[in-house]
Design a protein around this ligand. Structure first.
Ligand SMILES: Nc1ncnc2c1ncn2[C@@H]1O[C@H](COP(=O)(O)OP(=O)(O)OP(=O)(O)O)[C@@H](O)[C@H]1O
Ligand SMILES: [Mg+2]
Length: 334
């Protein structure tokens, strides 16, 4: 699945959230140019996936996509990783090896977790970006790289510059186009479609024919704050698929990682995991599992999340106020 996702193009990504739509528009623009891109977003929001998508939608698609996490490499290994080395350049260098810049030539170099790079890594990378040239360790031959640079960070780079932890000159070099990927908790209207897509994939993978989500299970999913964003969503849906032994996802199948529990401050009035009693364990035939009912319930949830502001809720849902009012009337609040 991950492999397939790394082959996605920007056109394959859809969203009903306005900020995410803006982000995808910018990503499409980025794909048409060679401008350096900075992807900002919390962990699990899809920075790596979007970096791949930009590459796959660009003219460089047939060339390599090389990822490099500079924060995970010690300064001793850094230069040989970035620039490569010749045989005998240092003890243990038994053969010549290309570095990331050389490997990514004509393709894309994805610099992950850039805010955590050491000062040395920052200097070395800046030098290549400024002069377009580098040498392998143990060689005097100048090499060039026309790799397009995409960086990712889960904290504000500008803030890191202010704190003196990130070089201003490097920041300026990298910051051609900045894309801010909103956290999943701010993409509330997108959740039902994302859950449905993940469920379909997980069902196929586990060989299960799951046809519906119990309304209370859906409520648990919709009210969750998703601190781990799409990665957490993926895992949660996979787990609930494993737990599900019938064709309907029940509330007790929805289990969130316990260590993330404290950050899950649900909206007042919503049910917490422990309040789902034993009565919910079997799918009761009386419960309405129709899509129509799910849509109306969803409208109610969004309305509650928007502090019962009809205008805002209608906007989030992408429907008119009168339609929302009609939905709300037909849902008996539980
Ligand atoms: N739009 C999306 N639709 C479905 N799944 C997504 C989407 N974006 C990301 N994912 C999935 O969510 C998970 C996390 O995505 P990704 O690794 O790109 O996040 P990240 O922001 O790079 O995280 P980190 O900061 O930890 O590196 C992956 O399994 C990815 O396939
Ligand atoms: Mg990543």
């Amino acid at each position: 699945m991950q492999e397939t996702r790394s082959r996605l193009r920007i056109e394959d990504l859809t969203t009903s959230n306005r900020d995410m739509a803006r982000c995808l528009q910018l990503a499409a623009l980025a794909a048409k140019s060679n401008v350096p891109v900075v992807l900002l977003g919390e962990t699990g929001t899809g920075k790596t996936l979007l970096a791949h998508a930009i590459h796959n939608s660009s003219a460089r698609a047939g060339q390599p996509f090389i990822a490099f996490n500079a924060s995970a490499i010690s300064d001793t290994l850094l230069e040989s990783q970035l620039f490569g080395h010749e045989r005998g350049a240092f003890t243990g260098a038994q053969q010549s090896v290309k570095g990331k810049f050389e490997l990514a030539d004509d393709g894309t170099l994805f610099l992950d977790e850039i805010s955590e790079m050491s000062p040395l890594a920052q200097v070395k990378i800046l030098r290549v970006l400024e002069y377009g040239e580098f040498e392998r360790l143990g060689s005097e031959r100048m090499l060039t790289s026309s790799a397009r640079i995409i960086c990712a960070s889960n904290c504000s780079l500008r803030e890191r510059v202010r704190q003196g932890k990130f070089r201003e000159d490097l920041y300026q070099r990298l910051n051609g186009l900045t894309l801010l990927i909103p956290p999943l908790r701010e993409r509330f209207e997108e959740l039902p479609a994302l859950i449905a897509a993940e469920l379909k994939m997980a069902g196929l993978k586990e060989g299960k024919d799951i046809t519906a989500i119990h309304p209370q299970a859906m409520e648990k999913l919709l009210y969750h704050k998703w601190p781990g964003n799409l990665r957490e969503l993926s895992h949660t849906v996979r787990t609930m698929t494993l737990f599900c032994d019938g064709s309907v996802i029940m509330p007790e199948h929805v289990v969130f990682p316990p260590d993330l529990e404290p950050s899950r401050a649900n909206t007042p009035g919503s049910k917490s995991a422990s309040t789902f009693g034993d009565n919910d364990k079997k799918h009761e035939p009386g419960i309405d599992l129709s899509l129509d009912s799910a849509i109306k319930r969803h409208a109610r949830l969004v309305y509650d999340q928007a502090n019962q502001n009809q205008r805002q809720a209608a906007k989030l849902l992408g429907i008119s106020r009168s339609t929302l009012a009609r939905y709300l009337q037909s849902v008996v609040k539980k």
